[in-house]
Design a protein around this ligand. Sequence first.
Ligand SMILES: [Zn+2]
Length: 180
Amino acid sequence: MRYIKTFNESSDLYNTIISDCKDILLDLTDVGIRCGVDGGIKWDGVDSQINADKVKIEIEASSHSKVRLGDFGLSFEHLLSYLESKGYILDSKGSFYENDDWDSYEECPECRSTNVSYDSFTNGERNWGSDYKCGKCGHVGDVDNFQSPSHPISKSELLNSIRNNYYIDFMYLVFLKKKS
Ligand SMILES: [Zn+2]
């Protein structure tokens, strides 16, 4: 006979995953780093419910010190392997991190190419009043639409950032359930 999961069983399992993630991040929360773990919300047009296909994790440094990723390498590796064991994969499209001291991340808002630059130069200098242009699709627009403080992060970039002990102010990780 086919086993059919009832809603409550699957939501219990999901709540366990969320609380396990919080436990894994205790090394961070113990030293005052804010860690938010929750699911997405699915809206079907009438009702909203927890989206068990998604786990969202927010890591926020306290106002007086940044988070040194290398200090928590084991926690992050544990988090990645735990969620992978439950079928959740880090989504590099939705995940990002920020450090107020970094340059903006530059990307075309149309085609997401990072081959973008100021459209015009004056004597080899950036002309700050000018527009930005995409070298791939040719889209031209306001600088603000091309620049963001949020740098996208993939699993390999996260592991690399831990190895290089990057400092961050904020990190948002989205894990999506692998379709079986
Ligand atoms: Zn483009």
